[in-house]
Design a protein around this ligand. Sequence first.
Ligand code: AMP
Ligand code: MG
Length: 390
Amino acid sequence: MISLGEARRVIGGAVGRLPAVAVPLAEAAGRVLAEEVRADAWYPSGDRGTMDGYVVREDAVAGEFRVVGEIQAGALPGRALEADEAMRIFTGALVPECGGRVVPQELAERDGERVRMATFPENLFIRRKGEEASPGTRIVVEGTRLGATELAMLAQVGAAMPMVTRLPVIRHVATGGELVAPEETPPEGKIRDTNSTLIAALVAAHGGGELQGFRCGDDPEVLAGICREPCDLLLISGGASVGDYDFGARVLRELGFEIHFDKVNLRPGKPLTFATRGRQAAFVIPGNPVSHFVCFHVAIRLALELMAGEARPWELLELPLAGREALRPDARETFWPARVEVEDGRLVARPQRWSTSGDTFSLLRTNALVLVNSSSPVEGVAKTLLLAAL
Ligand code: AMP
Ligand code: MG
């Protein structure tokens, strides 16, 4: 049985990035940039005023000026300024040659062709050419997930069709003869399939992809038929353990997958199998929904990040524990469902009540996992994996 750290290294060495595609900016939100985007020009392109007011030469002396023109944003200034001249200027407009200071209009008294500015503020109210970027300045690096700010920058530098990683095609197959669809009332002995919905939502929240969902009962032939179709990531739910109906890994092996590991020192989620065939990755994930949830966050998400080419560190935060009564450590590396919240102005991790890995109710309000094991007893603080931005 390998440690989670070792399992993550194995996944890291076996899963590669998907090819890049060019997409319009409107479709690029949440996608991972597969190229480096650099500035195409000077930003600002020339010296620009940052206030509505009057522009004068930088060496001008406060007093009275002749107003010799007006420059709107987007317009070109007509000519250079003399020492006793000013031009009306609006926010964002290019300053004229020799112009070096914008005086806000609140500090100016206009009288026909003349304007009086008794004092100059210290601030010149000018953004200099190239102050923010020059041609070639790196703007957004490869491997960045594109959020609002990055997209805005791409728009600004004219990267209107950025190269992003193709979204993965993911097949999730829920095994188990006990499963019925969520819209059905389960007959005695059966249960509703929770994992398909759980995985669909987790995938959507972590980069997305084309998710193809199936239920196949406990029939290895049907499972093999579903697994034979091409996809980037195959997720088999249930059938990960050693019971008579736990044929997930066997089916993968028969289909030519190489099994890299089939057990991880992890709680919940010990019987986790990871396999690859060419560029295709597969996991057999224990069927209990809490195991499914934890395995997604500690292992499957890594495979998705690698496919996306997202450089993301594995970071556990040390957070004060708010109540540790719920915790029951054991020898395995345990990722305990927890809720990180703000208490008296600081973040704390509150372990959730959690009885067994089948206890899906413990996942309600869970936004973090707290790492516990018996060899390093949890004192006042716990290493915490944040699952979402707070
Ligand atoms: P398995 O990994 O197939 O041995 O399943 C472990 C436990 O998880 C069993 O109690 C299953 O009934 C339950 N389980 C398996 N698949 C699902 C599913 N898709 N949704 C909810 N519970 C499941
Ligand atoms: Mg099963």
